[in-house]
Design a protein around this ligand. Structure first.
Ligand code: SF4
Length: 471
């Protein structure tokens, strides 16, 4: 039996691809083991979004190669590179990583990983032979509800990839060139998968794609544009899906991740408000607020549009927690742009917020723009905004003290609330004897920055050294 180890890097969409690869490896009777050094084949499922993720991917590839060298396993252990960096750079990497890598597979070959392994494992690659390359052009693949898949997330939550690819022209982003045009699954396919997951005891369905708000719109007769609002009178839309998922029996959260502001509509706001299983949480990357920057980034939105939209969302969905991300240091960004963004953050008080330093990505239009911002200036702007958000986060956390929240227990002593997506947001520290993987109602007794405490007086949180207990 061939033993395979898989290193999964990058975003939740890449994690679903890893889960699909593991599902197919199991189906082919291969063993999937955590220890790379003991495996016959190691797959590194890479990310290529920005420079730091590329460096991390290369780092893992070199580490696997060095380890097998040290263990004199160069001959028998094979190394396969998958994911976005493979899809994007396999030709260049075939030369620069000629000795390290035995094969490159693309985003559309994740279902063919087992026969690919059987092929390369059976033969020795002569020293001068280039690594095998199984990538066939642009990515068009989208999984279905019955695609073999082995979940790598804890039992109580799952990612559901409802669509893949993106049609937006954001000038800083390379994803459309890697993951291709937007293509949605059918509502029936997503609902069938959700039913199965809920039956398996999953308590949180995280809906993911590159642009979750564009779900179904690629199937409309009349082609939508990058600003078309969600509107189920024109065809299948995200609202159609949310109502069907909300109708599934059981106690679970539906969490919306990666929504694009341009497609939001009153229909979507109303639907979320009327579907109690949809978590009172939305992830809506805004990237900036100044019209100068939004124009150069080609975000298809304006500052006034965004301000009005957030007001409508907060009014239409009481208790909603809003997560967003911004980019600082995009070419041409002025101090006035940053000041406007800081004012907007102060005024809006996002419950959850992340800031990226602009990464000049080869192949994007932003990379060719004049007025690139020096790294030191990006750093200073990043610190200004994150410092501001830290204060706001403490205010937001303080506002929960005394309230009773429904939380999902992740591990002994640690839970997440409706306002916390997996891996990226805060935690709620709870008594260690609460049942893992279950919902419980807890009373918030204190907070620390982004995290909340729901502990009887005097009890310390699972990992905290110092905690603020409300007097
Ligand atoms: S919406 Fe923009 S930032 Fe997001 S994946 Fe598409 S092109 Fe990239």
């Amino acid at each position: 039996m061939i033993k395979v180890s898989l290193i999964s890097l990058g975003c939740a969409k890449n994690l679903v691809d890893s889960e699909i690869m593991v599902g197919h490896l199991h189906q082919a009777g291969m063993a999937v083991i955590p220890e790379a050094e003991k495996a016959d084949v190691v797959i590194v499922n890479t990310c290529s979004f920005i420079d730091s993720s590329k460096e991390e991917s290369i780092g893992h590839i070199l580490e696997v190669h060095q380890n097998r060298g040290m263990k004199k396993r160069r001959k028998e252990q094979k190394l396969i590179v998958a994911g976005c960096m493979s899809q994007r750079f396999s030709k260049d990497l075939s030369t620069s990583l000629h000795d390290e890598v035995d094969a490159f597979i693309g985003l559309d070959q994740i279902t063919k990983v087992a026969p690919i392994i059987e092929g390369i494992y059976a033969k020795d690659r002569p020293k001068d032979e280039a690594p095998a390359n199984f990538i066939e052009g642009k990515s068009t693949y989208i999984p279905d509800y019955d695609t073999p898949r082995f979940r790598l997330t804890p039992k109580h939550f799952a990612y559901m990839k409802i669509a893949e690819g993106c049609n937006h022209p954001c000038t800083f982003c390379i994803i459309p060139q890697i993951r291709g045009r937007h293509r949605s699954r059918t509502v029936a396919s997503v609902v069938a998968e959700a039913r199965q997951l809920v039956k398996e005891g999953v308590k949180e369905l995280n809906l993911i794609s590159q642009d979750t708000t564009f779900f179904g719109m690629d199937t409309w007769e009349q082609r939508p544009n990058p600003r078309t609002p969600v509107d189920s009178s024109r065809g299948t839309a995200l609202t159609t899906l949310l109502r069907e998922l909300n109708a599934i029996e059981g106690d679970f959260w539906i969490r919306l991740l990666y929504t694009h502001p341009a497609h939001w509509s009153d229909e979507l706001i109303r639907t979320i408000a009327e579907c109690p299983k949809v978590a009172r949480y939305i992830d809506i990357p805004l990237q900036h607020i100044s019209d100068h920057m939004l124009g150069k980034m080609q975000r298809e939105t304006s500052g006034d549009y965004i301000r009005d939209l957030l007001k409508r969302i907060r009014a239409g969905i009481p208790g909603i927690a809003i997560r967003t991300t911004f980019i600082v240091g995009f070419p041409g960004e002025t101090e006035a742009d940053v000041a406007e963004l800081a004012g907007f953050i102060r005024e809006t008080k996002f419950e959850r917020l992340g800031v990226f330093r602009y990464s000049q990505e080869e192949g994007t239009r932003g990379a060719k723009m004049p007025d690139q911002i020096p790294a030191k200036v990006k750093e200073a702007r990043w610190h200004t905004l994150m410092g501001l958000q830290r204060q706001i986060a403490a205010e937001v956390s303080k506002s929960y003290v005394g309230k009773t929240l429904k939380v999902l227990v992740e591990e002994p002593g640690v839970a997440r609330g409706e306002a916390d997506a997996p891996d990226i947001d805060g935690r709620v520290y709870v008594p260690r004897d609460l049942p893992v993987g279950e919902f419980v109602d807890v009373k918030i007794t204190g907070y620390q920055d982004y995290d909340l405490l729901a502990l009887p007086k005097g009890e310390k949180p699972a990992e905290f050294k110092v905690a603020k207990q409300a007097q």
